[in-house]
Design a protein around this ligand. Structure first.
Ligand SMILES: [Zn+2]
Length: 272
């Protein structure tokens, strides 16, 4: 397994030729195909058909639209290289079934090599972190041409998330838990399908995160607890005020200071 460089930037993996400033696509599939064509033309990928299938399988599991009009469709396939990135901008916007129901205007498609499992985490965390900055998003959407868009994206630094919080992965980890709990009672075809879904999610989560998750699952039978009305449902203890407000309405994963389980925002709507 190769080791990752200490600091890297999105621009290490992105050239202006990998950016389509005006996507012609009207829907998600067309957009994915348009972006894969760019990667094929740059000789960064080989099997476009297989990649499209993998990316769509991943989208079915959970939309990769991460809010703020941005989507990060991805697949883990041996590309021959380390990672292949293509970016598309659509002025009309494309429906990606985003959690915030907003159309997607910037699509960053990522294909990464199984021999470099950490690279995707760095990339995902770096992008999610940058996209939270109002100033960065303003400049991203204000770019007037391909060069300007490339310059803004070049600022994105790839880095691992801080230990006390895992950015934008809460719903995915929760989904993994739901699937693996269902697997305990599933049989035959259903079990096979659940196993495939779990594998897909596991492939893109950080190793250290999964180790911790597996230890918790073994010990307690579950690893991810929701916070409801400021109380960790894993241990029934109040969450500290500062953390409580950070968790509410966020898709980040925190760690309960009391029971050590992963703590995520509750999906339930609060009364009033
Ligand atoms: Zn707890």
């Amino acid at each position: 397994m190769k080791s990752l460089p200490q600091t890297s930037y999105l621009s290490d993996y992105l050239a202006p030729a990998q950016i389509i400033f005006g996507l012609k696509a009207k829907d998600k599939i067309q957009a994915l195909e348009e972006l894969l064509d760019v990667l094929a033309k740059q000789k960064l990928i080989k099997n476009k058909k297989l990649l499209l299938t993998r990316i769509i399988d991943r989208e079915r599991l959970e939309s990769t639209a991460i809010g703020h009009n941005v989507a990060l469709p991805h697949a883990r396939v041996d590309t021959g290289g380390d990672i292949a990135v293509a970016v598309g901008k659509s002025s009309a916007g494309i429906d990606f079934e985003a959690v915030d129901d907003k159309k997607v205007h910037v699509i960053i498609l990522i294909v990464w090599n199984p021999s470099l499992p950490g690279l995707f985490n760095h990339l995902f965390a770096g992008l999610a972190r940058f996209l939270r900055k109002d100033d960065f998003r303003r400049r991203l959407f204000a770019a007037n041409n391909r060069t300007e868009l490339y310059n803004v994206l070049s600022e994105v630094e790839l880095r691992l998330p801080r230990e006390d919080r895992i950015i934008s992965r809460a719903s995915l980890l929760k989904k993994l838990q739901t699937i693996e709990i269902k697997m305990r009672k599933a049989k035959g075809i259903q079990l096979k399908q659940l196993k495939e879904q779990a594998k897909l999610i596991r492939e893109e989560l950080d190793r250290a995160l999964l180790d911790r998750y597996d230890r918790l699952m073994q010990r307690y039978g579950f690893a991810v607890a929701e916070m409801e009305d400021g109380v960790c449902q894993g241990c029934n203890i109040n969450v500290a005020t500062g953390m409580r407000s950070a968790i509410e309405g966020s898709n980040d994963i925190f760690i309960c200071e009391n029971c050590g389980k992963f703590l995520v925002a509750s999906k339930k709507k609060k009364n009033k």
